[in-house]
Design a protein around this ligand. Sequence first.
Ligand code: FPP
Length: 248
Amino acid sequence: MADAAELLSQMRVHGAVPRHVAIIMDGNGRWARERMLPRPVGHRNGMKSVRAVVEGAIEAGIEVLSLFAFSKENWQRPAIEVAALMSLLEEYIQREADELESQGVQVRFLGELDRLQGPAAQAVERIVAQTAHCSRLKLNLFVSYGSRAEMLGAVRRVVQDVQSGTLNLATLDDAAFGDRLLTTGIPDPDLLIRTSGEQRISNFLLWQIAYTELFISPVLWPDFGRRELYEAILDYQKRDRRFGRVAV
Ligand code: FPP
């Protein structure tokens, strides 16, 4: 089986890497259950995969990496699991902030962040400020995020802007709507990976993935690393992206 370094050199031969890779990190719970361990242990091992994938993305020359870390719906999980995920987020930031800054990773958080509290909320603010000057890789962590809520927010902004006269409804187009989403200024993902074999989008970036290539990996997130990221990219490099047009 080819290792990550071999896959990386194959990728370089094949051509362009995707500019923006988005990942639905799934399967932490199943990974833990298979080992008769509590679910938070799966999430903790998932944190290691985040580190591996960030490093892999830097090496591959990816510009933007978006990770779905916690959905709006995840607030409905048992309080003990929500608390474990929030303290893991804080721990990740404590442990990785300096390293991410020295690697040139600009970290941003997208979602309903006013629902975060205490140490997790403070840690988020801190790492965003600390890495704001970095530009090698843009890492977007989606926390307390749901795409439908994001789009409803954009619709509200459109209505307000039309009412205040700063937007003409007749000229509303994809770009003007996109400018009112949380992802304004971020290019749409070229590749969306979902781990653990589930074939769902789960309310992630519904507007932004209109022409994104999808890759479903059977690997559970805690077992997903640089090698698996590169396999997905190699598969992407074989695709013929037509954006609804015909090949010329
Ligand atoms: C999905 O697995 C994963 C999550 C809900 C949380 C993702 C969190 C991490 C990878 C760790 C922390 C991340 C950061 C950025 C610090 P699941 O629990 O739905 O798994 P299951 O479908 O097997 O139950």
